[in-house]
Design a protein around this ligand. Structure first.
Ligand code: IFM
Length: 451
């Protein structure tokens, strides 16, 4: 038996997102979001499910906080629904929306849990989509206004913020692939959206720091180490281009004021709508980097791919060597070690928070009511051991957030994929800690575990 230990002060948390857990989709003055519209459109989400009620956390957040306390957690990553704050994405502030997040934040602080909000986890106000959505440049200015409103509203309670959640997922899935809201399928829309999001990141960062210069501001990026499918130089170059497009497309603009060289034929600057001065505007010297990671990516050279990168990922998520979760994602803990070490080397040892990592397994209550989700325990043991190894090898990782607190609305999959440490009974909204939740809580209490 060996012991895996974390540095003193290491944060143990869970992560959630507004549309996936809150419900109350049109209460207290909330406006319609693109996910409300998308989920209400027949054929978009499995089983025609929606986040109208979700986990009802809008009304049951105190129960959720009690569960976090039971697990000895000291950080909670949640997201703020922009349409609760500005129902149309611009103009007057909806006081009841702000009030909800103040109550949530105060209750977290009372419980000794750091509130760790993300400003945008995919629920754009529908009115802004109607005005052009993320491909429309003006959305960046609207977002910076909202960032200022929110940081003013919670700035006396919250120190640590994230701007975006997984920009490369919501732009690619929402504007190119079309399986996420708003469901468009256009490379030009994606290219323009990606630039607006980078502008928004830069402008929001400036607006937040103007509210309080000592805010700690980061962003949460989906990352996955890219491994070449074969031994050829072509595959190696394709894997590197995929890395630039998926992992650092929203990081290099922020930290280096430029786009990475991902496209074979050079940056499509005109199609992206890049204007003079934009490379300064997209800069955001982030105080920390949030890493959301689920598995690795195997990439091969291929012409005729949808991006024009001459690179495509092979097969389903991950490689073929590890077991798979119920979503079909390969369980490959070393992916987290590799990714942390790569950004540590490439970006001069940034402060890192693991902002999401988790797995979907459907294990439910046995006859005795106990939920023995041992595969999830194995998953967390493996990935946390990888984080600890990265810290030993020089990375500056300050916290880890399991995705997710409780089973919730998994976007176009509906409620089928269960990622929670807590089981959700959708009929009663009852919450039951799984065995993985107990294990995670014990590791948090001891700041480590035996392997
Ligand atoms: O549920 C999502 C979350 O919203 C963003 N990151 C990945 C999770 C699992 O798919």
């Amino acid at each position: 038996m060996a012991r895996v230990e974390f540095p003193e002060g290491f944060r143990w948390g869970t992560a959630t997102a507004s549309y996936q857990i809150e419900g109350a989709w049109r209460e207290d003055g909330k406006g319609e979001s693109i996910w409300d519209r998308f989920a209400h459109t027949p054929g978009k989400v499995k089983g025609e499910q929606t986040g109208d009620v979700a986990c009802d956390s809008y009304h049951r957040y105190t129960e959720d906080i009690a569960l976090m306390r039971e697990m000895n957690l000291n950080s909670y990553r949640f997201s703020i629904a922009w349409p609760r704050i500005q129902p149309d994405g611009r103009g007057a502030v909806n006081a009841k929306g702000v009030d909800y997040y103040r109550r949530l934040t105060e209750a977290l602080l009372e419980a000794g849990i750091r509130p760790f909000p993300t400003l945008y986890h995919w629920d754009l106000p529908q009115a802004l989509e109607d005005a052009g959505g993320w491909p429309e440049r003006d959305t960046a200015a609207r977002f910076a206004d909202y960032a200022e409103i929110m940081t003013r509203a919670l700035g006396d309670l919250v120190d640590h913020w994230m701007i975006f959640n997984e920009p490369s997922i919501f732009t690619v899935m929402g504007y190119l692939v079309g399986i996420h809201a708003p469901g468009r399928k256009s490379l030009d829309d994606l290219l323009r959206a990606s630039h607006t999001v980078n502008l928004a990141q830069g402008q929001a960062f400036q607006a937040m720091k103007a509210v309080r210069s000592d805010f700690t501001v980061g962003t949460a990026l989906n990352m996955s180490p890219c491994e070449p499918a074969g031994d050829s130089a072509e595959d190696a170059e394709a894997a590197e281009r995929w890395h630039r497009m998926v992992n650092v497309w929203y990081l290099d603009p922020a930290l280096r004021g430029r786009y990475p060289e991902a496209f074979i034929d050079g940056l499509p600057a005109e199609r992206m709508g890049i204007q003079d001065g934009d490379l300064e505007r997209i800069r955001a010297p982030l105080d920390f980097l949030g890493i959301n990671l689920y598995t690795r990516t195997i990439v091969k050279h291929q012409e005729g791919d949808p991006f024009g990168l001459h690179a495509v990922p092979v097969g389903p998520m991950g490689g073929d060597d590890g077991p798979r979760t119920e979503f079909g994602w390969e369980v490959w803990p070393n992916a987290l070690y590799d990714m942390i070490m790569r950004v540590t080397a490439d970006y001069d040892r940034p402060i890192i928070e693991v902002t999401e990592n988790g797995c979907s397994y459907g294990d439910g209550p046995g006859a005795d009511g106990v939920i023995r989700d041992t595969r999830r325990i194995d998953f967390y043991r493996g990935f946390l051991e990888a984080v600890s190894r990265a810290i030993d090898d020089g990375a500056d990782v300050r916290g880890y957030h399991a995705w997710t607190l409780l089973d919730n609305f998994e976007w176009s999959e509906g409620f089928e994929q269960r990622f929670g440490l807590v089981w959700l009974d959708r009929e009663t909204q009852g919450r039951t800690l799984k065995e993985s939740g107990r294990w995670y809580g014990q590791a948090a209490a001891e700041n480590g575990f035996e392997v």
